[in-house]
Ligand binder design. Structure first.
Ligand SMILES: Cc1ncc(COP(=O)(O)O)c(C=O)c1O
Length: 423
């Protein structure tokens, strides 16, 4: 393992100058900045680097392996968020009338760059639920039209489709994807088989939140498009966790929560709509002042906590500093670190596929224990916080380390699983 000093020495020798920017970096940026040249795969196991990153996050009185709900903000984002709140509050109306629009446009442009899309194809929302609702309820469907969904999609998304079934006669065709697919084709086929002449929409999760499985979105989207079906992707967990741009996925509509892996304050989300699909979505809040294909029609949503939006910019700085490739590599490394150790323990089963079909999130169960009993025992007896998942297809506890998780904490978790499996 390279330590910080030897890495810096090697980086200098290789001409990778540690970037000590003349602009005022705050303390956390200074800590991370010198590691700029560290390659993703090398970074995954570079504990000195992650020690620096860990300094940015709050500590917990328990081992927090439930980072899937939402992420704590790094301290620098939290500080900036409070500063924005104070500054805006001091001159509220003036700020809202004179400066908010420019700040919003700047943040949107920065966010669009992270997503790899033009700024006029995105909307900043409050969360994935709102992003998806904007599309699911904004698209015209006729009675008898069909939507393909999966029983492992997020519950609130399935609820939205069920409401559309009651309200507009949209027929929901619910599939199940295999937990351990041997090939992409197996997953693509599961969706393809559900498509009929009446299928209008195909909804899928980029990363299934309860199992951590990453779906082959591009292949599913290509298959659906070849059959004239529009593709809605729930990227709540994938955005700023996996290294991708939205155009690479081929989705028509993509929603994500920024308070998960981009580590923004709570209440920030993203909706991307491909330019040629914007006209297909009616604004939920009502707007006739913009052209049908102008995404600004979706931004008439009233007064917002604008400081949250401003802090997206600070979260992006932190995200960029750590590097999305290094994030993905580290999160996958941490997941594989513990899943490899529990895989062969008698009575233990994993609900998560291996390799690139997963990243930071995985799900584990013990035969003879309910998910709730397992999550409770982990917390009460071992001080390890996870969440029980009792889905029709996935039963176990979801385990989500974060960038601040140590391998020592994962060792404690693995020992707990071993002991609980012994009975
Ligand atoms: C796959 C998926 N979609 C949507 C959501 C909802 O996210 P939010 O509550 O930020 O809207 C979640 C939350 O965990 C999720 O895992």
């Amino acid at each position: 393992m390279t330590n910080r000093r030897s890495f810096l020495g090697a980086a200098a020798a290789a001409g990778v100058a540690p970037l000590l920017s003349p602009r005022l970096l705050d303390a956390m940026e200074r800590r991370i900045e010198p590691w700029r040249g560290l390659a993703p795969l090398q970074a995954a196991t570079e504990e000195d680097f992650w020690d620096e990153v860990r300094e940015a996050f709050p500590t917990h009185p328990y081992i927090n392996l439930e980072n899937g709900y939402s992420s704590p903000q790094p301290r620098m984002t939290w500080d900036a968020f409070q500063r924005h709140e104070r500054d805006v509050n001091d001159g509220l109306s003036f700020y809202m009338r004179r400066r908010r629009a420019a700040d919003h446009a700047r943040v949107k442009a920065e966010l669009a760059a992270v997503a790899g899309v033009p700024a006029d194809e995105i909307v900043i929302t409050r969360n994935t639920t709102e992003s998806m609702a904007t599309v699911i309820h904004g698209i015209e469907t006729a009675p008898g039209d069909e939507a393909v969904v999966c029983n492992q999609d997020y519950g609130s998304m399935l609820e939205q489709y069920r409401q559309q079934e009651r309200r507009r006669g949209l027929k929901n065709v619910e599939i199940s994807v295999p937990l351990h697919p041997k090939s992409d084709d197996e997953v693509v086929d599961a969706y393809a088989k559900a498509i009929t002449r009446r299928t209008k929409l195909l909804h899928l999760s980029h990363m299934i939140n309860i199992s951590g499985q990453v779906l082959p979105v591009r292949k599913i989207a290509d298959m659906a498009h070849a059959r004239g079906v529009s593709v809605i992707v729930d990227g709540a967990h994938a955005f700023a966790h996996l290294d991708f741009t939205i155009p690479q996925l081929g989705s028509d509509y993509y929603g994500a929560s920024l308070h998960k892996w981009l580590c923004t304050p709570l209440g920030a989300g993203l909706l991307h709509i491909k330019k040629d699909k914007i006209a297909s979505v009616w604004p939920l809040m009502g707007d006739t002042s913009h052209a049908d294909d102008d995404i600004a029609k979706l931004e008439r949503i009233g007064t917002l906590p604008t400081w949250t939006i401003m802090a997206i910019s600070d979260a992006i700085r932190f995200h960029t500093l750590v590097g999305v490739q290094r994030k993905e590599a580290r999160l996958r490394y941490l997941q594989e670190y513990w899943t490899t150790k529990v895989r062969d323990i008698p009575k233990v089963y994993l609900n998560t596929p291996t390799g690139a079909r997963a990243a930071g999130i995985a799900n584990v169960g013990i035969t003879g224990m309910t998910p709730e009993a397992l999550a409770t025992a982990l917390f009460d007896r071992f001080n390890v916080y996870t969440v029980a998942i009792n889905n029709v297809a996935v039963k176990g506890v979801r385990v989500t380390p974060h960038l601040y998780t140590t391998t020592a904490e994962l060792d404690t978790f693995v020992d707990a699983i071993r002991e609980l499996a012994r009975g």
